[in-house]
Write a protein that binds this ligand. Structure first.
Ligand code: OAD
Length: 215
C-alpha cells in the first residue's frame, strides 16, 4: 500500500484533527454495516423495524486537538480506549426514559417489557436516534464546531449519505480543511475529498499511522 507523502507530511504538521466514523470502522470487528448489499442490516431488516478501531486511541494522543465523532451506536471506540467520543446517534448500551428523555443507568427488573423508569414509571428505551427523531442539538453543535475549526477531517467507513453527519466533511472543506476519506468503496464524498484512500479501514489506518508517526 502506498500512501501519498504529501498526505503524510500535512498530517504530521496538523494540530487540529477530526475523525468522523461510520459503520465501516466496526465492520472488521464483525458488526454488520447498514447499507452493504449482501451483509448490511438493511438487506435483512426493514430499517423502520430496527430502530479496528485499535489505531484510534493512539492517533488521538498524537495531535494536540483531536475530536472523534461517530455515527455508530456500538460503543466500540470507547472499548478500544478512545475517550470523549461524540456519539451523534447515541449508544445502544445506554438507556433513557421515553417520557423524560433522561439517561437511566439502573432500574428494577419486574419482567415488564419495556422496563419502567425508576423515577416516573414511563417506559425505558435505548438511547439511540431512531428514524424520524432529531439528533441532540448540543452533540451536533460540538461536531460542527470541530468540523469548522479543524485542519484535517477524516471520514472513515461511512457511506456519507446520512445527514446531518454527511454535512460535516463538507463543512470542513468549506472552512479550508483537508478532508481524507477512508472507505472500501467510493461514496458521494469521494470526488470532493482532498485524498481518498480506498481499502479496509483497519489496514489503511494502521499503515497511515505507521508512515506518519513511526513508533
Ligand atoms: P453504512 O452502512 O451506510 O455505510 C458503511 C460504509 O462503510 C460503506 O460506505 C462501506 O463501503 C464502508 N465500509 C464497510 N466496511 C468497511 C471497512 N472494513 N473499511 C472501510 N470501509 C468500510 O453506514 P453509516 O454510513 O455509518 O443511523 O450509516 C450512517 C447511519 O445510517 C448510521 O449511523 C445509522 C444509519 O441510519 C442511525 O442509527 C441513526
Amino acid at each position: 500500500m502506498r500512501i501519498d507523502p504529501r498526505l503524510v507530511q500535512r498530517l504530521r504538521n496538523a494540530r487540529r484533527v477530526v475523525a468522523l466514523t461510520g459503520a465501516g470502522i466496526s465492520a472488521e470487528s464483525g458488526i454488520p454495516t447498514f447499507r452493504d448489499a449482501q451483509s448490511g442490516l438493511w438487506a435483512r431488516f426493514r430499517p423502520e423495524e430496527l430502530a479496528t478501531p485499535e489505531a484510534f486511541p493512539r492517533l488521538g494522543t498524537l495531535v494536540p486537538d483531536w475530536l472523534l465523532v461517530t455515527q455508530n451506536v456500538d460503543g466500540l471506540h470507547q472499548r478500544a480506549g478512545s475517550r470523549a467520543v461524540v456519539e451523534l446517534h447515541g449508544n445502544i448500551h445506554r438507556n433513557k426514559c421515553f417520557d423524560e428523555d433522561v439517561v437511566v443507568a439502573e432500574w428494577r427488573e419486574t419482567g415488564e417489557r419495556p422496563p419502567c423508569c425508576p423515577r416516573c414509571g414511563g417506559p425505558l428505551r435505548p438511547d439511540v436516534v431512531w428514524f424520524g427523531e432529531s439528533l441532540s442539538p448540543q452533540t451536533l453543535a460540538q461536531a460542527e464546531a470541530g468540523a469548522r475549526r479543524c485542519e484535517v477531517l477524516f471520514s472513515i467507513g461511512t457511506s456519507a449519505a446520512v445527514f446531518p453527519a454527511a454535512q460535516l466533511p463538507l463543512t470542513a472543506l468549506q472552512a479550508g480543511a483537508m478532508v481524507v476519506e477512508v472507505n472500501k468503496d467510493p461514496t458521494p464524498l469521494t470526488g470532493m475529498a482532498t485524498f481518498s484512500l480506498l481499502g479496509l479501514a483497519g489496514e489503511i489506518l494502521s499503515h497511515l499511522l505507521g508512515e506518519t508517526w513511526p513508533a
